[in-house]
Design a protein around this ligand. Structure first.
Ligand SMILES: [Cu+2]
Length: 69
């Protein structure tokens, strides 16, 4: 599992955009977004750079690994 801290997500639309973008990537089984904490949890064996790129392409910033990771 990969967990990233993302800033800029403020509502359900943001969460859905990120979820959809990440779940479209290969080797991703499921993506879970918590907009309160800004944490994105990804199940599967994804390429981290691809995940970061997909999230940033949606307009959000990946600031690092999630604090609880
Ligand atoms: Cu939003």
């Amino acid at each position: 599992m990969l967990r990233l801290k993302v800033t800029g997500m403020t509502c359900g639309h943001c969460a859905q955009a990120v979820t959809r973008a990440v779940e479209a990537l290969p080797q991703v089984e499921r993506a879970l977004v918590d907009i309160k904490t800004g944490e994105v949890s990804i199940d599967g064996d994804p390429d981290e750079a691809a995940v970061r790129g997909a999230i940033e392409e949606e307009g959000y910033q990946v600031v690092g690994p999630a604090a609880s990771a």
